[in-house]
Design a protein around this ligand. Structure first.
Ligand code: BES
Ligand code: MN
Ligand code: ZN
Length: 494
């Protein structure tokens, strides 16, 4: 999709010159209110449609109503919100996205959406509609262009007033971050091996004004990033650590927030090789990296008023004559000795060095990492919900709350001391696996060894980072999960 034009309209709905005017209505509405004026202008057709058997106003149901000369729009699309007492912002988002898809299928390239107070303020409606359009209409076209005859929505009009214009800009920036994250996940793993992935991230990051520093394999060796290097050793493409920084004027010397994303560009499992069924999904094993890149892009474009550092360790986990092996002892950047028991537990290895580096170099106030880390987390919470594990109750609570608001749900798993025993090593400091049980938690416990006492939270996004089915807000493939959550959390005042 080329970037649609999104602007705010003023004046009566009957005068909005558009191909398709979307009217959000509740289930079993008996009056056209609050659209009485528009209903009068088109000779009572709205009320008539609301009373027809063809339309009940159930969530995400739509009905097209032809207009009369009194209305500038070519047609009206009634959009069901469901029952008013069950309305929440996720329903609004999904409903708007569905309505845009219906309007597009009806070949409308210019659409407008009416606001109503039950749904939100003008600014909220503008934000929700913008995000619903950008997320719902996203398509990945890098390897297969959209068919010529596919229509697209080129213009969206939203109600004006109360900060709508600012809300559009902000949501557009968030949409661009999510879109980029999805594109990165959907990219062929052969086209995003670490050196190339790093340069791609650098180019986009610098274009939006982020500072970017790429640590290559030689520098990583000088620094002592033994864990990152160990994982990268099985691949002919060397690992990287990409560091992005957003520091608005006046924040340069403040303690930043560090966000860290697992960037395994393809995970074969290494010597502890994975079964071949569904191994292609492991091109999404850089979903955390994509979320950090997308978030950094969005916070730069929005110019969020705080210092934020993004750290993205990148490696390809391959089996090879020089690959790291089960039994290896590997020294991480902070001097901890890791006993490798399973080369498929590679995400925590590369995160170990990135976390240790972030904490040491930036002395952050908070650290949040995102990683497609464990199948165990998907077993525990299902494919749609991310796990959150933290050493800080407030931070964990803030992330749960932010996720609920943006519709990217995360749910806590415990971090009791007893889990530490499962990863104690006899020959080193820690083992890189703690066995089958509590696998999501022992992975988080491993990471905790690399953040000192910095308030830290880990989001295991193995489930929601990649979808096999399409939904109203995302087609199958990369989701960009975490971008909207992080931007929301980072935008709140401390
Ligand atoms: N990338 C995988 C985790 C994963 C699994 C992500 C399924 C998305 C969907 C990770 O590197 C991995 O292989 N984890 C192992 C850890 C185990 C060896 C301790 C796992 O979950 O089996
Ligand atoms: Mn793995
Ligand atoms: Zn992995």
């Amino acid at each position: 999709m080329t970037d649609p034009q999104i602007t705010a309209f003023d004046g009566p709905l009957a005068a909005v010159d558009t191909e398709c005017l979307l009217l959000p209505v509740f289930q079993d509405a008996e009056a056209a209110e609050p659209f009485d004026e528009l209903d009068t202008a088109c000779g009572g057709r709205i009320l008539e449609a609301l009373n027809s058997r063809a339309f009940t106003g159930k969530k995400r149901r739509c009905l097209a109503v032809p207009t009369t000369d009194g209305v500038a729009a070519d047609e009206i699309l009634l959009v069901g919100l469901g029952r008013p007492d069950e309305l929440d912002v996720q329903t609004v988002r999904e409903t708007f996205a569905t309505a845009f898809a219906v309007a597009r299928q009806r070949n409308a390239s210019r659409v407008a959406i009416a606001g109503r107070t039950e749904v939100g303020t003008a600014a909220e409606t503008a934000a929700t509609a913008t995000e619903a359009l950008l997320l719902g209409e996203y398509r990945f076209t890098r390897y297969k262009p959209a068919p010529d005859d596919m229509s697209t929505i080129e213009e969206l009009l939203v109600p004006s007033g109360g900060g709508a214009a600012e809300a559009i800009d902000r949501s557009r920036a968030i949409g661009a971050g999510v879109t980029w994250a999805r594109d990165l996940v959907n990219t062929s793993p052969s086209d995003k091996r670490p050196p190339r992935f790093a340069e791609n991230v650098r180019a986009v990051a610098e274009s939006v004004g982020l500072a970017c520093n790429v640590i290559d394999e030689d520098r990583a060796a000088e620094l002592g990033m033994g864990a990152l290097l160990a994982v990268g050793r099985g691949s002919t493409a060397a690992p990287r650590l990409v560091i992005l920084e957003h520091a608005p004027e006046g924040t340069e010397s403040t303690a930043p927030v560090c966000i860290v994303g697992k960037g395994v560009t393809f995970d074969t499992g290494g010597i502890s090789i994975k079964p071949s069924a569904n191994m292609d999904h492991m091109k999404s094993d850089m979903g955390g990296a994509a979320a950090v890149a997308g978030t950094m892009r969005a916070v730069a474009e929005i110019n969020v008023q705080r210092r934020i550092v993004g750290l993205i360790p990148m490696a390809e986990n391959m089996p090879d004559g020089d690959a790291y092996r089960p039994g290896d002892l590997v020294e991480a950047l902070n001097g901890k000795m890791i006993e490798v028991l399973n080369t498929d537990a590679e995400g925590r290895m590369i995160l170990a060095d990135a976390l240790a580096y972030g904490v040491r170099e930036f002395e952050p106030s908070h650290v949040v990492d995102l990683a497609t880390l464990t199948g165990a987390c998907v077993v525990a919470l299902g494919e749609d919900i991310a796990g959150v594990m933290a050493n800080d109750d407030d931070l964990r609570g803030e992330l749960v709350a932010a996720g609920e608001i943006v519709g990217e749900r995360v749910w806590p798993l415990p971090m009791f001391d007893i889990y530490d025993d499962l990863i104690k090593s006899k020959v080193g400091d820690i083992k890189n696996t703690g066995g089958r049980w509590g696998g999501a938690i022992t992975a988080a416990k491993f990471l905790e060894n690399f953040v000192d006492h910095t308030p830290w939270a880990h989001l295991d996004i193995a489930g929601p980072a990649y979808r096999t089915k399409s939904g109203p807000l995302a087609p199958a493939g990369g989701v960009g999960f975490g971008v909207r959550l992080l931007v929301h959390w980072l935008s709140q005042a401390d």
